[in-house]
Design a protein around this ligand. Structure first.
Ligand code: MEV
Length: 290
């Protein structure tokens, strides 16, 4: 059976959400597809490599299979992955592949998992691989839609277009989360206060108070303050500002993508100049494909 799950954009609140603060996040119209076929051996085929269970090359898929086997023991499975979501780009490709694989396994082996059970398994996989995480990415990939986290209050973004510009540098979530944790150990309250500012930004954005572009600009400054921006990202953000687009890191940073908002005209122009893509909110979460 084939299943899919969407990627995501964190509009506000990454990193702070790991420490219990609020984030505003939306699923996006880029999906990861996973096919699961009963087999007597384990085989994982993806654009990265073809392997057996391999916790180095295919950590998310391998842990997803391992966690699924705790619910329903299986002798083997062939998994095939195809994804529209660029890897290590801050767009939730790891959570989407995890959720898509779990959904495909659920369908192929008739495990009857509810969405919440699927999310719980994906959350465990995130922790297996990353060691720490808020669960935001697996949540939004499972359920789709836009949300205020951690309360899971739904948000209707309506017609909302976002520009995504890839910095060309890899964003490794586990490394960035560990980097922020080290800074927090070192500076304590200083970092806590920055998280509080980010928290207020997320709440204001959710409530529709204050201009989204200004809130984005301040959130980006806070992300720079906690050390997850890069020279290239700072340049992209500044150049986008010059084109009338407010932008910030989306996801863990240290590379990955920048998300920008502005008029449709400005977004189109910037998309051409930066080889960016324009994405939209996605309502549907994990689903079985025909
Ligand atoms: C990664 O997409 C978002 C982070 O806040 C980590 C997490 O929430 O688990 C950096």
């Amino acid at each position: 059976m084939k299943a899919s799950a969407p990627g995501k954009v964190i509009l506000f609140g990454e990193h702070a959400v790991v420490y219990g603060r609020h984030a505003v996040v939306t699923a996006i119209n880029l999906r990861c597809y996973a096919e699961a076929l009963k087999s007597s051996t384990f085989r994982i085929e993806s654009p990265i490599a073809t392997t057996s269970l391999d916790f180095e090359k295919h950590p998310y898929v391998s842990y997803a299979i391992k966690r699924f086997m705790e619910v329903k023991p299986i002798d083997g499975v062939k998994i095939k992955i195809e994804s529209e979501i660029p890897i290590a780009s801050g767009l939730g490709s790891s959570a989407a592949v995890t959720v898509a694989v779990l959904k495909a396994l659920d369908a192929e082996f008739d495990a009857g998992l509810s969405d919440e059970e699927l999310f719980e398994l994906a959350r465990k996989v995130e922790l297996d691989v990353q060691g720490r995480g808020s669960g935001t990415d697996p949540f939004v990939s499972t359920y789709g839609g836009a949300w205020l986290i951690p309360e899971r209050k739904p948000l209707d973004l309506g017609e909302f277009r976002m520009l995504i510009v890839n910095s060309g540098e890899e964003s490794i979530t586990s490394e960035m989360v560990a980097k922020v944790a080290r800074l927090r150990d070192e500076l304590g309250d200083v970092v806590e206060r920055i998280f509080d500012v980010i928290d207020t930004i997320s709440l204001k954005a959710f409530a529709g108070e204050g201009e989204i572009s200004r809130l984005m600009a301040v959130n980006q400054c806070m992300l720079k303050a906690i050390g997850v921006s890069t020279k290239r990202i700072d340049e992209i953000v500044e150049e986008l500002e010059g084109l009338g687009i407010a932008a910030k890191i989306t996801g863990a940073g240290g590379g990955g993508s920048v998300v920008g908002v502005g008029s449709d005209e400005a977004l189109q122009r910037a998309a051409k100049l930066f080889s960016g893509i324009i994405v939209e909110p996605e309502r549907e979460g994990a689903r079985v494909e025909d």
